[in-house]
Design a protein around this ligand. Structure first.
Ligand SMILES: [Zn+2]
Length: 117
């Protein structure tokens, strides 16, 4: 079993406006270059006795690359990103916790899809 006292981290773009914009696209479109190619990885911080996990999910823009193009790339523990340079450079993170009802990316609870900005 993997356990760690490491706390959840935040990385990359942390502007709430941009993170909400990305969330409104269901995490499927880069808010910067509009690319539909987005890589994601869940970094686990903790696995509880009931099997629920929590941690940080990182999204990274791939630009013209597809999921197939990056399947041989490693996610780097130090940077929390894919090795090499990808897309427009956009990446961001959200906390997640499988113990939370609804969307486990619980920071998004209360965010409003129709909000104008
Ligand atoms: Zn992009």
């Amino acid at each position: 079993m993997y356990t760690s006292n490491e706390s959840r981290f935040s990385i990359g773009e942390q502007s709430e406006t941009i993170r909400k914009q990305f969330w409104r696209s269901d995490f499927k479109q880069c808010p910067m270059c509009k690319s539909p190619n987005i890589a994601d990885k869940r970094w686990l911080v903790e696995i509880r006795h009931n099997g629920d996990v929590c941690g940080t999910i990182v999204y990274q823009c791939l630009g013209e690359e597809t999921a197939d193009d990056i399947k041989d790339f490693e996610w780097i523990d130090f940077t929390k990103r894919l090795e090499g340079r990808h897309g427009c450079g956009f990446f961001t993170s959200y906390f997640f916790d499988e113990n939370v009802p609804g969307d486990d990316r619980y920071e998004t609870h209360g965010w409003i899809k129709e909000e104008s900005y």
